[in-house]
Ligand binder design. Structure first.
Ligand SMILES: *Cc1c(COP(=O)(O)O)cnc(C)c1O
Length: 394
């Protein structure tokens, strides 16, 4: 077994060797600019981009012309939000989202709020789900956009996007979904799910960092964020990241060709990790619903111990405490607060994100280590001691 063990696959994933092999020629001998229309270097690059675009489109049941490449899900989300709010500003000024969203969604909508848009933040229940009736009732004449993620990056819950999309269709509002975590891991069909616009990222699915895509349903008008050339249907100027796009296409192909098998392998390992920990420790709480959950996600709170303290004694295991994006600050995660966790339990929580390269042996090691350090840290906790003494008395 090699250390450290990487169990933070919601933050990012390593590039699959097959993806890397596919990318290599496009960094070296096939380095052309996909916009160079008059020589073979350009044609070669362009045809690789065409192929990747087709692969991604096919796997989500879209058309090639509905996919534009960006630098990642953050950019796609910003383009969707700002681009739609600008192009549809005559229709209204109201956007609906949820308290569970990634910061890329929340922060971009916050800026739009400063520009006069009205933002409704739907609450979630203890499992992490919005109330669909409340969503429907929140839609007004002024609503132009609903932005709800497909799967959550912290607790892994999967929203009923098909139903959310159907409500939006019925009410005539645009539905955007941040699919960065769901894409490549669970079936995703823009037609079946009634999706108008969706954001994706390559580095969450064993592709390179710095490349992503935005699906825009034909006929939907959005305004670009950047100016400087006609690339990507005049929506995203700049020389295309050809190698990154090729890698993205390959990573999508691998995910979709192995989806079912890989999902059941990860789910078995995840369930083993959960039951291994839960059967040996008391006061361990699962955050988020166990059903409708990404197969690779486990988020647990270990009462009486701080997650940072735990993991400082297990440096050979790489996990996240709270969200990777907010763990620079020590504020408890907004997602865990949204499902009703008190601050102390939110600070006791660990996100395990399993991935393609994790082995059974690594999971066995993790169970053993986590159980051991939780017991050890709890033994040092006055609050835990008090409870143990109290239990003895009754
Ligand atoms: C990682 C992630 C993003 C940001 O994606 P980048 O490609 O890193 O910009 C957005 N939303 C969710 C749910 C994510 O997990």
């Amino acid at each position: 077994m090699k250390f450290p063990i990487y169990l933070d696959n919601h933050a990012t994933t390593p590039v699959d060797p097959e993806v890397f092999e596919a990318m290599k020629p496009y960094l070296m001998e096939k380095f052309g600019n996909a916009s160079s229309r008059i020589h073979s270097f350009g044609w070669e690059a362009e045809s690789a981009v065409v192929k990747a675009r087709k692969t991604i489109a096919e796997f989500i049941n879209a058309k090639s012309k509905e996919i534009i490449f960006t630098s990642g899900a953050t950019e796609s989300i910003n383009l969707a939000h700002f681009g739609l709010c600008e192009s549809l500003s005559k229709k209204g000024n109201h956007v609906i989202t949820s308290v569970m969203e990634h910061n890329a969604v929340l922060d971009s909508l916050k800026v739009l709020e400063g520009k006069g848009f009205e933002i409704t933040l739907l609450p979630v229940d203890k499992n992490g789900f919005i109330d669909l009736t409340q969503l429907e009732n929140s839609i007004t004449e002024k609503t132009l956009l609903v932005s709800i993620m497909t799967a959550n990056n912290e607790i892994g819950i999967i929203n009923n996007v098909k139903e959310i999309g159907a409500i939006c269709r019925k009410k005539g509002v645009i539905f955007h979904t941040d699919a960065a975590q769901a894409f490549g891991k669970i079936p995703f069909d823009v037609e079946d799910f009634n999706i108008d616009i969706a954001s994706f990222s390559a580095h969450k699915i064993y592709g390179p960092k710095g490349v992503g895509a935005l699906y825009i349903k034909s006929g939907l008008k959005i305004t670009p964020l950047l100016y400087g050339g006609g690339h990507e249907n005049n929506l995203r100027p700049g020389t295309l990241n050809v190698a990154g796009i090729v890698g993205f296409g390959k990573s999508v192909e691998i995910c979709y060709n192995n989806m079912e098998k890989e999902a059941s392998r990860l789910k078995r390992l995840r369930d083993k990790l959960y039951s291994g920990i839960n059967s040996q420790l008391e006061d361990v709480y699962l955050n988020g619903s166990l059903e409708d959950r990404l197969p690779n996600n486990l988020n647990l709170s270990f009462k009486y111990v701080k997650a940072e303290n735990l993991m400082s004694s297990a440096r050979e295991i790489a996990v996240a405490t709270g969200s990777a994006c907010t763990s620079a600050s020590l504020k408890p995660s907004h997602v865990l607060k949204a499902i009703g966790l008190p601050d102390d339990l939110a600070r006791s929580s660990i996100r395990f994100g399993l991935g393609r390269f994790n082995t059974e042996e690594e999971i066995d090691y993790t169970i053993e280590k986590i159980v051991r350090i939780v017991k050890q840290k709890r033994a040092e906790s006055p609050e835990f001691q008090l409870r143990e003494n109290f239990k003895e008395k009754i």
